[in-house]
Design a protein around this ligand. Structure first.
Ligand code: SAM
Length: 243
């Protein structure tokens, strides 16, 4: 069996014998950059049908075609965990989205808080980062990146049963709350604030929610990107698919 060196997300159904057209930008990557020719094999996933080995059946500069051979992985849907975070500087926001996708967030929600610097995001660019992260980490699922939503609007429609892991910098140095195992299997969201932190009003609003769990991430104030990775590690270890 040939080794498939390239792993690609495609927006197309996958299944035995299924032909998959190759768009211009992907043709450039597959046949120009990676120099694949007819008969070469690649791995495909689309976020729904698992991972499939496919063969190049037509390779051209402006497009081409692949044909699915066999399934190499079933769809692995991560636990129902959202990462809700306030966008920071561009490169650090990209980092948060990439790490959230790698670490198994089911959905990524950029949120505008009182002290958030940026008032807009490029959702399509962030979504592309999530796709790239899934391609490189072997995931078969791509978390949806939502449009930027205002804090109050998000909480106004917050589903009551969704638990919140509220990472509160005001708790720095307190003992980190344990996440008891009976909270496993429930819908969850991690909340990470911006560089300026949460405002007192936002802090009070979050703490008031029935399913909010306020935690400290240790004795030091972490940058928001570090905090996002730390919180996801903590959650995955206690309640997620690491154990
Ligand atoms: N400017 C704020 C301050 O000095 O208090 C710090 C904000 S911090 C850079 C960004 C976000 O990371 C916070 O809103 C919080 O969600 C999270 N965070 C950072 N360190 C934390 C800690 N030790 N405990 C809990 N959350 C933390």
């Amino acid at each position: 069996m040939k080794d498939a060196k390239v792993r690609l997300y495609v927006d197309h159904p996958l299944g035995a014998g299924q032909p998959v057209p190759v768009a211009r930008d992907q043709a450039h990557y597959l046949f120009g950059v990676m120099r694949l020719s007819e008969g070469a094999q690649v791995l495909l996933f689309n976020g729904q049908d698992g991972e499939w080995r496919a063969e190049v059946t037509q390779a051209g500069k402006r497009g081409g075609s692949l044909s699915c051979l066999d399934q190499t992985k079933p769809l692995q849907v991560p636990p129902d965990l959202w990462l809700v975070f306030a966008p920071i500087k561009k490169a650090r926001t990209d980092f948060i989205v990439e790490k959230a996708a790698e670490m198994g967030a089911a959905r990524i929600v950029p949120m505008q808080t009182e002290f958030t610097n940026s008032e807009r995001i490029r959702q399509d660019r962030l979504q592309a980062h999530a796709v790239e992260a899934a391609e490189q980490c072997g995931g078969t699922y791509v978390p949806e990146v939502s449009d930027l939503v205002k804090f109050d609007r998000l909480l106004a429609v917050w589903p009551e049963d969704r638990h919140i892991l509220f990472c509160d910098e005001a708790e720095v140095g307190s003992v980190t709350a344990q996440l008891s195992a009976d909270l496993r299997g429930k819908p969850w969201a991690i909340f990470i604030g911006p560089e300026g932190g949460f405002s007192d009003r936002e802090r009070a609003r979050l703490k008031d929610l029935p399913n909010a769990h306020v935690i400290s991430l240790g004795p030091r104030i972490l940058r928001a990107d570090t905090a996002a990775v730390a919180a996801m590690s903590l959650w995955q270890h206690a309640l997620g698919d690491w154990t």
